[in-house]
Design a protein around this ligand. Structure first.
Ligand SMILES: *Cc1c(COP(=O)(O)O)cnc(C)c1O
Length: 366
């Protein structure tokens, strides 16, 4: 009996390399792209441990929970860390980054999350990249939640380490991920005695045994099914057109913001300014005293397929996440999410206008 995902022939090195090349094309990069065999946290951690050490002074920009994690890894590597934290309802500005660089000329590493699905904000990477480049620091970017939803251009922006995952706007698997690595970043790793070597976290292993060897032999058996899923999802984006996929996410974000305001009942966009709001996912704030996690639980009880979640940790009280990414970047998913939130709100007391929300969603989408 044949089975659709068992008993497959092994994934060849050539096929693996061709998937890396397709990911590189998606990012418009000429840098080396390494696909790592794990969730995005693997290259995110590997890239920090590879490049940071006791001699490093890092500017760590915190616009959500991932920035916090990066600061912890950097400190663990022995780096001196200067945190630049902004409230989660906004984005960091290039001027804030420039000011921090001017105040601490010794900064030689900058870590930034492009878009945060967990908080719904997105940061102006192009402008920030200019400031980082002018300063000469190594630029590390988490683009997991932005790739596929908005432009991610490591070469144009001067990003030295750009990490992506396929599980958000790319609509792909979560079990493999990729990082583009500049020559400068490779040099920093090679010179770092603390960089992981002969380790699952090691990017240098992939450089020495895969990239430098002409990508002829894989380091170990790859996560075959995840690699095939990554290939399929990149192919699907190529067929639809990256611009079309990104436009769908942008529309979903605009429609969710407009629909929430029209719905009423105390729902507001969590991120104040539209320009700071991520196309990948929209966060909403409950202002009527209704607990966000309870509201989401009611809405999901009515329809468990809706892309809704409450904020993590302390944010669960007041933050709703509408995860309109991948297959859920549709007008239907946005409309259904708002209508369900409206019904759940009405049960709790606040007056809502679901018809106005529907109209606002339609208008904003087109
Ligand atoms: C989603 C996401 C990741 C990947 O983490 P998971 O929670 O495991 O999906 C990494 N960074 C950012 C900014 C993300 O939004």
């Amino acid at each position: 009996m044949t089975h659709p995902f068992l008993d497959l022939p092994p994934l060849s090195a050539a096929r693996f390399a061709s998937i890396e090349d397709r990911v590189a094309r998606l990012l418009g990069t000429r840098q080396d792209v390494v696909i790592m065999q794990g969730e995005a946290l693997l290259p995110l951690e590997g890239a920090i441990r590879g490049t940071a050490g006791p001699g490093t002074t890092a500017l760590n920009v915190i616009t959500g929970p991932y920035g916090q994690t990066f600061g912890d890894w950097l400190r663990d590597c022995g780096a001196k860390v200067i945190d630049l934290a902004v409230p989660f309802h906004t984005a960091v500005t290039a001027d804030q980054v420039r000011a921090a660089l001017a105040e601490h000329p010794e900064i030689d590493f900058v870590s930034l999350v492009h878009a945060e699905a967990a908080t719904g904000n997105t940061n102006p990477v192009a402008e920030i990249g200019e400031a980082v480049r002018a300063h000469g620091a190594l630029f590390y970017l988490d683009a997991v939640a932005s790739v596929g939803a908005e432009p991610v251009l490591p070469d144009t922006w001067g990003v030295d380490l750009c990490v992506i995952g396929a599980q958000k706007a790319m609509g792909g698997p979560a079990g493999v991920s990729a990082v583009s690595v500049s020559e400068r970043a490779w040099a920093r790793m090679a010179a770092n005695p603390g960089a992981p070597r002969r380790s699952y976290l090691s990017l240098l292993d992939w450089k020495q045994r895969w990239v430098d060897g002409g990508r002829k032999a894989l380091l170990h058996a790859p996560a075959q099914l995840e690699m095939l899923a990554l290939e399929a999802c990149v192919e699907r984006i190529e067929t639809a057109g990256l611009d079309t996929v990104m436009a769908r996410h942008r529309s979903a974000a605009l429609a969710t913001r407009a629909g929430a305001v029209a719905l009423g009942g105390g729902l507001e966009p969590y991120v104040y300014e539209e320009r700071d709001a991520a196309p990948v996912a929209t966060t909403l704030r409950t202002t009527s005293g209704v607990v966000a996690s309870e509201l989401v639980a009611r809405a999901l009880a009515a329809d468990p397929t809706l892309p809704l979640a409450a904020g993590g940790g302390a944010l669960a009280k007041e933050m709703i996440r509408v995860n309109h990414y991948g297959a859920d970047a549709t007008v239907e998913a946005v409309r259904a999410s708002l209508v369900a939130l409206g019904a759940a709100l009405a049960e709790q007391g606040p007056a809502v206008d679901p018809e106005a929300a529907r109209r606002a969603v339609e208008n904003a989408w087109h």
